[in-house]
Design a protein around this ligand. Sequence first.
Ligand code: IVH
Length: 683
Amino acid sequence: MSDKAKAKQRIEELRTEIEAHNRLYYIDAKPDITDREYDQLLQSLEELERKFPEFESPTSPTQRVGGAPLENFESARHAVPMMSLSNTYSKEELVEFDHRIRKLIPEESFAYILEPKIDGVAISLRYENGELVRAVTRGDGTTGDDVTANIRTIHSIPLRLSDLMPPAVLEVRGEIYMDTAGFAKLNQQRQDAGQEPFANPRNACAGSLKQLDPREVAKRPLDAIFYATGKLDGISFETHEQMLQTLKGYGLRITPNYWLCQTIEEILDQLDVLENMRHEFPFEMDGGVIKVNERRLYEPLGYTAKSPRWAVAYKYEPEQAETTLRAISIQVGRTGVLTPVAELVPVLLAGSTVRRATLHNEDEIRRKDIKIGDKVIIEKAGEIIPAVVRVGTEKRTGEEVDFTMPTTCPVCGSDVEKREGEVALRCINLQCPAQVKNWIAHYASRGAMDINGLGEALVEQLVDSGLVKNPAELYSLKKVEVLGLERMGEKSADNLIKGIAESKQRPFDRVLFGLGIRHVGKGAATILANEFKTIDALMKADLQRLETIRDIGSIVGKSVVDYFQAPDALAVIAQLREAGVNFKQADTGGSDELEGLTFVLTGSLETMTREEGGDKIRTRGGKVSSSVSKNTSYLVAGENAGSKLEKAEELGVTVLNEEQFIALLGSDEKRKDQKAGQMGFGF
Ligand code: IVH
């Protein structure tokens, strides 16, 4: 076989393998490889596609990251109009719906299916011969916006259907949504960055889909569920349930629950069950959709101008409660943003007592005309923090008081400022205890330095007692000082000091994330650490250099440059360096002993996971690959090594058992203890 033919075959193999892992991860929630291994597969595919551009394909898993920004969205016509559903809030109307149907088709017997009604944005996807060719919003039902580039970035949507004989045309319809946890996180990030938060997950989702830059969309936690079809060619379904199961088989996500009911009475009972489950769904659910299961009846039942007669939506009343706004307090976040919070007379809502609700910012308070003492209606959607949706202005007594944001920080008394283009007010004092506490808590958090035993309460005490003013000062804490804190015993003090000392060894990307540079989340921190390897190299980088890095835009770039120009930040970095915190991505005293060598790990190792083994190789400058080739330097074979071992033997690649592998790393491990450069490394 020619090199080209081999590459083509390998590309196809890799695509199929990655698609299968995508499905396990995003649809079945049962991943069977690590993120690293997945990234390696993707990297191998990217390399091959770069070498053989003739085999590039828009449906390749490498094409998800987001293409170039668009000028505007093209309009696209729906082959079959996208209809809406008629809505009802009353069970009597559902009984009438059932009567109407039975009158129209008196001879037929049929069942109903009840599904949750997802509160998102409707979408129609068109697959031709199994490949995603277009994604169009509902628009006016006849014509919508072509948002294919944005939809491609949603990992749970397959770019190819998993079927060897897919139909010629399959149009599926469903809902794009933002899950409630992802929404809360996104809004927090927006608030920290001084941006206007989204009112609810549906707005956040619609706003995301309207972005012209798919790379921005790729950062939003979007997902999709499919529940209907449009044009079909080469496939048909007898029942709705069969259709759902077929979509599932293709790798399309369907609703996590649906109920097949024989009568409308069963549906009415089931609707109560569904309402009680309302908050268990990871998306906002605002009702149930009732559909006739037998698709052959769709035609005889027909359509009204806007909606089918074989389906109806039953909407639940939004969960709201009325209470009194006692006061408005101000919270100061890690980036110094002042957030007004409604202090409420406690009230029961959606199963829990609500005492506080977010008011986002001053503009929001003005827009909603909120005054202290007002009767307010609060609403809770999903797991989201309750929000004030409306003021009962008709109930005002005249005693209510206007609220104005403070001109100084309520925590430290420093001035506050409003930056250009932002709605939020910020405390200008970087040493503000509120900012410091949040900063240290962030530094110690699991995603960053993961300091055992350093929770929020302890951070509070450390800062209030004046022992710690920045994360670097954690490293000079003495046991006696810690013992002086309230409720602190010998053992906890020892653990804390040990946890802090251990954190010095964390990889550089975690340290970088822990510094709390604005806009530098975990992902950006990892990219920067991998790109620059050391803090010194990163500190020297200018905006132009930073902007050349994939996935680092001008916002992150500017923030990084600004950060390293601030004298306070430089002082903290110097202190951290002094304390021995790791500022190099390869934490082996700059080891590059394995540079130029490529390893493949297979089978199960006894003393470490394959991922840990891979980390050890990478930190010594080696590369880890997922497949054996003639370029493989070593295959590390653990227990039950299978086909990779055979292949290595076939190609004459050196095979190491675990002991030999450890020996190879071991001389370097010792070296690390005895400080870099004192001992040679030979193998
Ligand atoms: S079926 C022919 N099923 O709610 C109509 N729609 O208010 C096919 N929606 O237009 C729609 N969950 O955007 C259907 N399980 C579900 C749904 C659902 C949410 C949306 C959809 C629809 C709107 C009607």
